[in-house]
Ligand binder design. Structure first.
Ligand code: S3P
Length: 432
């Protein structure tokens, strides 16, 4: 697929205001989990507002190759689960595309299968580290081969698994999920200890499907072999996509924006915890709990933002929002800095380097360290040619930068936004 050899570019002009009321695609993280878990459940699963992302499309395509017949009508995905032991040996290589979540989490399920499977990804995913899932899954009894330095593709020889007690060396919801998914197949109790709390959509989805989950402090446990019940679920809007619009509304003068039905799971809302005390005029309205997840509307207006340092404890809960927060930092009074985010170097691109380079092209001052960035405040950005580096969150973060710059910005490789948010530029055009 040509997404990342793309030469498509997008021109963005400064905005006078960001106004309106918008609804964003369903959460990508939650959609992946219900698709994978519904596949190994018993009975029918119906997922409403399933994410329109290319990443979640990759997950559905892999499940199709494993023998799950998925029906999709607009944003509703429906299928009959095949049960814990019902997946079929794939005749072809599974393709995770650009999606780290698909590769890492599905590997947890594949580790429990009595067959061999191979999963690969695009050029960006092929550079990303997989040792973090290979280690625990190998300890559980799976045999996993990889390319050099534990990079994809992965060849997984699954089979009977033993439960483990595993202390995650990195705070990663994908790895936590992979081990819990494998734990569904192991005979006994699998325990995962997190160094810092990460998103808990896997735990919630499992509970919704009738699996008992142990949660004590930083330890999550599951007892296998488990039985999952198919379910009907409504996926909340993706707060990581909302982050770009929130930032735009706060930064552009005269803005007044409502974002409806957004997921407000506290393990994902650190961006709100950070921006509100800095002066961000963000109101959370109509909050309710839906299928175990909090959901509500966000209302944001132009604000004078103080800036400051992002506490390291917040980092895992706003990891995907850091690129746009760095952009936002240039427009704060005191600037913005953070450390403890070395993980950003192994995302879809090296996000620390990508953000620093693009900000410099727009005339901003930025200091890059091994695990963080420091941007000065009150900086005038100027329109420039920037690169997406094939990374959706970089393309969207710099679309926001372009709204507050002087002159036009050209984002090269802009169509990678489809990875998480097809239609992003149309929604942006509608509100600006
Ligand atoms: C995700 C977890 C995070 C995040 C990614 C989605 C998930 O990755 O960056 O976009 O759905 O579990 P890590 O688990 O690698 O931190």
């Amino acid at each position: 697929m040509g997404l990342f050899s793309s030469t498509k570019s997008k021109k963005i002009k400064p905005a006078k205001a960001v106004n309106g009321s918008i609804q964003l695609p369903g959460d990508k993280s939650i959609s992946h989990r219900y698709a994978m878990l519904g596949a190994i459940a018993e009975g029918r699963t119906e997922i409403h507002f399933f994410s329109s992302s290319a990443d979640c499309e990759s997950t559905l395509a892999c499940l199709g190759k494993l023998g799950v017949s998925v029906e999709r009508k607009e944003n509703v995905v429906t299928f009959d689960g095949v049960g814990l032991r019902g997946l079929r040996s794939p005749r072809e290589v599974l393709d995770a595309g650009n999606s780290g979540s698909t590769m890492r989490m599905l590997t947890g399920i594949l580790a429990g299968q009595p067959f061999r499977s191979v999963i690969r990804g695009d050029a960006s995913l092929s550079r990303r580290p997989m040792q973090r899932v290979i280690d625990p899954l190998a300890r559980m009894g799976a045999r996993i081969k990889s390319a050099e330095e534990a990079r994809p593709p992965l060849e997984i020889e699954g089979g009977a698994l033993q439960p483990i007690h595993y202390e995650l060396p990195v705070a990663s919801a994908q790895v936590k999920s992979a081990v819990l998914f494998a734990g569904l197949y192991a005979d006994g109790e699998t325990e995962v200890v997190e160094p810092m709390a990460t998103r808990d959509h896997t735990e919630i989805a499992l509970e919704q499907m009738g699996v008992e989950i142990g949660r004590h402090r930083q330890t999550v446990s599951v007892r296998g072999p488990a039985r999952l019940q198919g379910t009907t679920v409504h996926i909340p809007g993706d707060i990581s996509s909302a982050a770009f619009f929130l930032a735009a509304a706060l930064l552009v003068p005269q803005s007044n924006l409502v974002i409806q039905n957004i997921g407000l799971n506290p393990t994902r809302t650190a961006i709100l915890d950070l921006l509100s005390p800095m002066g961000g005029d963000i109101r959370v309205l109509n909050v309710e709990r839906l299928h175990g997840e909090l959901i509500g509307d966000l209302h944001a207006e132009s604000s004078r933002l103080e800036g400051g340092e992002i506490p390291p404890g917040l980092i895992p809960r706003l990891i995907d929002e850091l690129p746009v927060l760095a952009v936002l930092g240039t427009q704060t009074e005191k600037g913005l800095s953070f450390r403890g985010a070395a993980e950003l170097r192994v995302k879809e691109s090296d996000r620390l380097a990508a953000v620093a380079e693009n900000l410099r092209r727009m005339g901003a001052e930025v200091e890059e360290s091994a695990d963080g960035l420091r941007v000065a405040g009150r900086q005038a950005l100027r329109g420039a040619e920037v690169e997406s580096y094939g990374d959706h969150r970089i393309a969207m973060a710099f679309a926001v930068a372009a709204l507050v710059a002087q002159g036009t910005t050209l984002i090269r490789g802009s169509d990678c936004v489809d990875v998480s948010f097809p239609g992003f530029f149309d929604v942006l055009a509608r509100v600006t």
